[in-house]
Design a protein around this ligand. Structure first.
Ligand SMILES: [Zn+2]
Length: 227
C-alpha cells in the first residue's frame, strides 16, 4: 500500500499538536513526559508526538505519522517512546480514536501504591462508570505496557487505567476525549487522595453507579439539534 497524505492527516496533526497544550494547562506533565496520539478517522494512520521535543517547540509539522506497526509514514523525527503502547491499543481496540499517556502526580501516586482509585464520587460514576482500574507493572520498551492497558480496559467502562509504578493511559473516541479522560483522572485522583487523609471514603452502591453512568453517558448535555 502506498501512503498518501490527505487533508484529514493534516487536520489530525494540528489537533494532536494543539492538545499537548492542554496537558500543560491542566498540570498533567513535567518536561516531555506525556503524549497524545490520534487515529485519522476511518484509517489505520496514527498521528503522535515526536520523542523528546519540549511542548513549547511542538508544531503540526513535527508530529509523526505512522501506521499501526509504528512504521513512520511522515515526519523527520522518531515517534514518542510510548508509540508502541499506543499502537497496541489502536490495533486491539479498533473503536479507539485517541490515546493519552501522562505521569500526572496524584494519579501516579495511586499507581505507585498499586491501588485502583475507588468509585467514591458521583463524577467518577459519571465519567468512569466505576473505579479507575489498575494495570500490571510492565517494563518500558517491551510490548507489555500495551498488552496490560488493553487487557485492563477491555470489558471495563473506564476510559482510564493507571499502570502500576508508572502512570496513566486513557483512551477516547478521538484524541480530545482521551485528553478529557486524563484531566478527569487526575482531578478525581486528587480529590479521593485528599479525602483519604481524613478518613475512609464511602463507596457508592453499584446500582447508583450504574444509574449515574447511564444518565451521564446518554442524557446529560445538550440534546442534538434537529437538522
Ligand atoms: Zn510513562
Amino acid at each position: 500500500m502506498t501512503y498518501r497524505s490527505t487533508p484529514e492527516v493534516r487536520e489530525m496533526k494540528e489537533r494532536v499538536c494543539a492538545l499537548h497544550a492542554e496537558l500543560l494547562r491542566w498540570g498533567l506533565v513535567t518536561w516531555t513526559s506525556g503524549n497524545v496520539s490520534g487515529r485519522v478517522p476511518g484509517t489505520d494512520v496514527i498521528v503522535i508526538k515526536p520523542s523528546g521535543v519540549s511542548y513549547d517547540d511542538l508544531t503540526p509539522e513535527l508530529m509523526v505519522v505512522t501506521d499501526l506497526d509504528g512504521k513512520v509514514l511522515e515526519g523527520d523525527l522518531s515517534p514518542s517512546s510510548d508509540a508502541e503502547s499506543h499502537n497496541e491499543v489502536y490495533r486491539r481496540m479498533p473503536e479507539t480514536g485517541g490515546v493519552v499517556h501522562t505521569h500526572s502526580p496524584y494519579a501516579t501516586a495511586w499507581a505507585a501504591r498499586a491501588e485502583p482509585i475507588p468509585c467514591v464520587l458521583t463524577a467518577m460514576a459519571d465519567e468512569f462508570g466505576g473505579e479507575i482500574p489498575l494495570g500490571p507493572f510492565a517494563l518500558i520498551g517491551s510490548d507489555a505496557i500495551g498488552k496490560g492497558i488493553v487487557e485492563t480496559l477491555r470489558g471495563h467502562r473506564s476510559p482510564a487505567v493507571i499502570m502500576q509504578n508508572h502512570g496513566v493511559f486513557t483512551i477516547g473516541k478521538d484524541p480530545k476525549s482521551a485528553v478529557k479522560a486524563a484531566v478527569m483522572t487526575e482531578d478525581v485522583a486528587r480529590t479521593v487522595h485528599i479525602s483519604r487523609q481524613l478518613g475512609e471514603p464511602v463507596p457508592i452502591p453499584q446500582a447508583d453507579v450504574d444509574s449515574l453512568y447511564d444518565r451521564y453517558q446518554n442524557v446529560y448535555g445538550q440534546a442534538p439539534k434537529e437538522q
